[in-house]
Design a protein around this ligand. Structure first.
Ligand SMILES: [Mg+2]
Ligand SMILES: [Zn+2]
Length: 227
């Protein structure tokens, strides 16, 4: 093993919706409250006619802030955590792997859902929300840097670039097309669902997972081979 790989710090960038959680929360919230016009906006976002930022912003703008309590409580209570997540966090602590959440989700459900897992707040990147006007306004504190023009909203590659490849072994865990640009930058990819399909199509090396136990097992395998 070369000097540079032994000294690189392992760092994980983990998606939230459909990765830490079993379900996709933004669509679940909008679907549940079913405001007029959401389907058309969702379609135009999925087809990439609208950027994620434009689409998600417009979808939440359909919901009046008078429904704040219902929206927040549905957003939190609808979530189911993927199996093995707590064990995986413990594994990362034990092996000194930095763990970051890079989520396109919204603060009002991301932070409360992650609360029991004791992840430092500055290790969680997600979008914000403002309930002070008539309609829910999504805030974007982590926009794309000069290297990305996808209008991601929460830009995963911008965050990853803050941890240079010379110093870090960058590991990404995700499930969807919005994780793909990050997967291209990463040294190691753990994928499920659409991200697996996309990695296969474009020949990006990846390890499939279903639960976080699968990722622990794969990481242990890796250690066996490298020691
Ligand atoms: Mg996802
Ligand atoms: Zn971006």
């Amino acid at each position: 093993m070369t000097q540079s790989t032994t000294t690189k710090k392992r760092i994980i960038f983990c998606d939230f919706d459909g990765t830490i959680t079993v379900n996709d929360n933004i669509i679940a919230i909008i679907k549940h409250f079913n405001p007029e016009g959401w389907e058309d906006l969702a379609k135009r976002t999925i087809s990439t006619e609208l950027s994620i930022k434009e689409g998600v912003g417009a979808l939440f703008r359909l919901l009046p802030t008078s429904m704040q309590e219902e929206v927040v409580s549905f957003g939190i209570n609808n979530v189911r955590i993927r199996e093995g997540f707590a064990e995986f966090l413990a594994y990362c602590r034990e092996h000194h792997i930095d763990f970051y959440v890079t989520s396109g989700g919204i603060d009002f459900f991301v932070f409360p859902v992650l609360e029991p897992f004791d992840i430092a707040r500055d290790h969680i990147y997600c979008n914000g929300s403002d309930f002070s006007g008539e309609h829910i306004e999504i805030l974007w504190p982590h926009p794309c840097d000069g290297n990305c023009n996808n209008k991601c909203g929460m830009c995963k590659t911008t965050i990853m670039r803050q941890f240079p490849e010379g110093e870090y072994e960058r590991i990404i865990i995700g499930d969807s097309v919005t994780d793909f640009e990050g997967a291209k930058l990463a040294d190691v990819v753990y994928s499920r669902s659409h991200l697996t399909t996309k990695c296969r199509e474009l020949g990006i090396s990846h390890t499939e997972f279903d639960t976080f136990h699968d990722i622990i097992a794969a990481m242990n395998e890796e250690r066996k081979f490298s020691s």
